[in-house]
Design a protein around this ligand. Structure first.
Ligand SMILES: [Zn+2]
Length: 279
């Protein structure tokens, strides 16, 4: 039997049977036609049946009606397939990710203003905090708020020092003192470290930490002009960028929120820095 007549025959039959039933019937039919033939010929026809089965396999999804397809897959599995199809069907477009990072806080005057704006926009950011600033009166609650509102807290040393100029012991102390302060407030020790001035210590790779820099420098600390900061960032930014800002200037806070509004409108999703590093 040629493949065209077989397919036509299959199309007529497949309305009431599962694919396995159809194939079985087809093999039986072929066998019946050669019942009285020699054993050799019968074996040849059985082999043909197997070939037909292998040939039909990739086509099952394309011409077997959906309800029969489900029947073939069996109870339970059909449900799984549907949900997968639903997932694939309802494809959520992948949005380009970007991370806002703020160094040198917490700042009693501006950080909460920034947190208010981020909360309103449902944006999570990353804060690389300085130990001495955490210890300033009233700033502990800012760290707690960052944590409770889903922001990521990173370590920016205790005294904001150049780690490359320190002995291993001094460097380790700078990191540990800030780790301890954050852990006492949130129960979690920062995993990310941003070395001040982007100056990496020689032993950075030996530490049980991840040292991160940035990919877009807003220049906010020197520009101190909201519109210029916004313009620089939105011009330079690309997917997966980590934007460096500082939550200790009013212009930086204003610029950061405007940057969020502009980039969200362009389809960007704001994530914490660890998300960029993981993906
Ligand atoms: Zn800094």
């Amino acid at each position: 039997m040629d493949s065209a007549s077989f397919e036509k025959d299959m199309t007529q039959r497949n309305r009431g049977h599962s694919i396995w039933h159809i194939i079985w019937l087809k093999i039986k039919k072929v066998e019946n036609t050669v019942k009285k033939s020699s054993t050799t010929l019968k074996k040849q026809m059985q082999a043909l049946g197997l070939v037909l089965l292998l040939w039909i396999w990739p086509l099952t999804d394309s011409f077997i009606p959906r309800e029969i397809s489900k029947d073939v897959s069996g109870t339970g599995k059909a449900g799984t397939e549907i949900s997968e199809a639903d997932e694939a069907g309802a494809e959520v477009p992948v949005r380009p990710m970007v991370a806002l990072t703020f160094d040198d806080g917490p700042n009693a005057e501006y950080t909460e203003q920034l947190l208010d704006g981020l909360l309103k926009r449902d944006v999570k950011a990353t804060f690389f905090v300085i130990g001495v600033n955490i210890e300033k009166e009233g700033n502990e609650k800012i760290i707690r708020r960052m944590y409770e509102e889903g922001h990521l807290i990173g370590n920016h040393t205790y005294h904001h020092v150049n780690l490359a100029n320190l002995s291993y012991e001094d460097m380790e102390r700078e990191i540990r003192m800030t780790d301890d302060l954050v852990r006492e407030i949130t129960g979690e020790e920062p995993f990310l470290v941003r070395p001040p001035f982007g100056s990496f210590p020689e032993c950075a790779e030996e530490e049980d930490k991840l040292y991160v820099k940035w990919t877009v420098d807003s220049g906010d600390w020197s520009l101190k002009n909201t519109q210029e900061i916004v313009r620089r960032v939105v011009t330079d930014v690309e997917e997966n960028d980590m934007i460096l800002m500082h939550d200790c200037y009013e212009t930086s806070v204003e610029a950061a929120l405007q940057i969020v509004d502009i980039l969200q409108a362009e389809g960007y999703e704001f994530v914490t820095a660890d998300r960029l590093l993981m993906d």
